[in-house]
Design a protein around this ligand. Structure first.
Ligand code: FRU
Length: 514
């Protein structure tokens, strides 16, 4: 075993054991009390690892009442390094428990992103004694090949679990899909395709997607390629996903493709295509470039397998521009809220809509009597409406007339994060130019823009705030923005500034504190 690899394994094993022994860093400046959150910027209900580096969500599946989330993890540092798969579980998609590291680097290399399927019919033959195998399909990244500037250092491999994803065995004949000479050849997302009764792998291959099919997850044959001349190409294509959603009684296919850089507001982002997958090729019904989320902090997101009629998406809540530099001391990054995906009609076409999973409704008690509604209905002037709660972990839902407005999260240090709508350009925005610590990267303090797709007079809005992040779901999730921020003390004041009197309706506030 090469020395470097041995070191990686030892670091990994050590960190895995020491994971729960981390000490909270008291937030002395904090003017509000967040129970159990003594670490500055620690999200309360978004998954974040207790310590060390995390990026993409991987291998998500549901089985026997448990949602499993794996993730790109480096247990040796708070910066990217030799990749493992960390693991977390949840029974409600809101509260997460970190588990032992699931996959360690080996002689074929680091364990890059990939997916997992519940192989109910034991097509892989990994099942034993009637136990259903869960099969992970991931990229092996050979760092020596990369250093030597070879073009074939990424290939696809398997591991299987016979205990619902708690422990894994790597397949002895890895890799199962060798590299044909493409430098970026990674992030396999596998789904069962009913039409052809085969597994279909959606793979990012540099500047396009390549589809493969298999009956046993071990032998793969190429079906087709998509996208070399379509969509955004400001960076390499990564972490794709392909799945059907119901639309007007039919299956319509959605293809997610993350790109880095080249996102609409800089750096990493995830675009999507809508169309048909005929069992061989993906045929888009619309060639415009659209993004699942226009904020800068939702990347590499894919859907969970084995969730029946539900399509549940989770993304990595950061951006490669600055992910390694954000000012969290012990860990880096969190995941987005799990979101359910739908196709929603706008202008006669299907658009992808994301909404917080309904499980979030069970957390906290919604309140309607907290100042904003009363003040809003008696307004003669368009005056600011202040949420009479000091809170930095909450959900706020309301309707607002489609005119210029702002929602400001602020603190006593005059730092602020602004969410708004600009009627002139028909765009939403998020502005973190004065939102606290941004010195770690010159691209962080910026205003981000997102197109409004819906055309109604009133915009239904939903904001989910969790200490250091905000997720905006406008128009039932047709326009979504996710941004992170690092104020010197928590934002504990929320102000809605409408353009006209009585512009705000049906406001609902839910504290999501633990
Ligand atoms: C996306 C990505 C993937 C890769 C992984 C490595 O963020 O670059 O393409 O598999 O991260 O950690």
């Amino acid at each position: 075993m090469p020395y470097r690899l041995l070191l990686v394994l030892l670091i990994g094993m050590y960190s895995c054991k020491s994971k729960t022994g981390t000490q909270p860093v008291p937030d002395a400046d904090s003017s509000i009390n967040i129970p159990q959150a003594t670490e500055r910027y620690r999200p309360q209900f978004h998954f974040s690892p207790a310590a060390h580096w995390m990026n993409d969500p991987n291998g998500m599946f549901y089985l026997d009442g448990v949602y499993n989330l794996y993730f790109q993890y480096y247990p040796g540092d708070t910066k990217w390094g030799p990749m493992h798969w960390g693991h977390a579980t949840s029974t409600d998609l809101v509260n997460w428990k970190e588990e032992a590291v699931a996959l360690f680097p080996d002689s074929l290399g680091y364990i890059f992103s990939g997916s997992a399927v519940v192989d109910k019919d034991n097509t892989s033959g990994f099942g034993k004694d009637g136990k259903t195998p869960v099969v992970a399909i991931f990229t092996h990244h050979d760092p020596k090949g990369a250093d030597a500037k070879r073009n074939d250092y990424q290939s696809q491999s398997l591991a299987y679990s016979l205990d619902n994803g708690m422990t894994w065995t790597k397949y002895e004949h890895n890799p199962v899909l060798k590299n044909p000479g493409i430098v970026d050849f990674r992030d396999p997302k596998v789904n069962w395709n009913k039409k052809i009764s085969k597994w279909v792998m959606t793979l990012a291959t540099k500047d396009r997607i390549t589809f493969y099919a298999s009956t046993n997850l071990k032998d793969w044959s190429k079906l087709s390629e998509f996208g070399a001349t379509l969509g955004a190409h400001g960076g390499v294509w990564e972490c794709p996903d392909l799945f059907p959603l119901r639309y007007k009684g039919n299956d319509v296919w959605v293809l997610l493709v993350s790109i880095n850089p080249g996102g609409p507001n800089g750096g990493s982002a995830t675009q999507y295509f809508v169309g048909d997958f005929n069992g061989k090729e993906f045929i888009p019904s619309d060639t415009s470039t659209r993004f699942i989320d226009y904020g800068t902090d939702n990347y590499a997101g894919v859907t969970m397998s084995n969730t029946g009629d539900r399509t549940i998406f989770v993304g990595w809540m950061s951006n490669w521009f600055y992910a390694e530099k954000v000012p969290t001391e012990k860990w880096r990054s969190a995941m987005t809220l799990p979101r359910e995906l739908f196709l929603q009609e706008a202008g006669g076409k299907p658009y992808l809509a994301s909404r917080p999973v309904p499980e979030l409704d069970k957390k906290g008690k919604p309140e309607t009597d907290f100042g904003i509604n009363a003040a809003s209905s008696t307004n003669k002037e368009p005056r600011p409406l202040v949420l009479d709660r000091k809170d930095s972990t909450y959900r706020l839902q309301f309707g607002i007339r489609a005119e210029d407005f702002q929602v400001t999260l602020s603190n006593a240090k005059a730092e602020k994060f602004v969410i708004g709508y600009d009627k002139g350009s028909n765009r939403f925005y998020m502005d973190r130019t004065a939102a606290g610590n941004s010195a770690f990267d010159p691209r962080f303090a910026a205003r981000h823009w997102a197109p409004r797709i819906a055309t109604t007079d009133v915009i239904p809005l939903q904001l989910v705030v969790d200490v250091a992040s905000v997720e905006l779901f406008a128009d039932g999730g047709l326009t979504v923005m996710t941004d992170i921020f690092f104020p010197s003390v928590p934002f504990d004041k929320t102000t809605i500034t409408p353009a006209s009197p009585n512009a705000v309706s049906d406001a609902k506030y839910t504290s999501l504190k633990k």
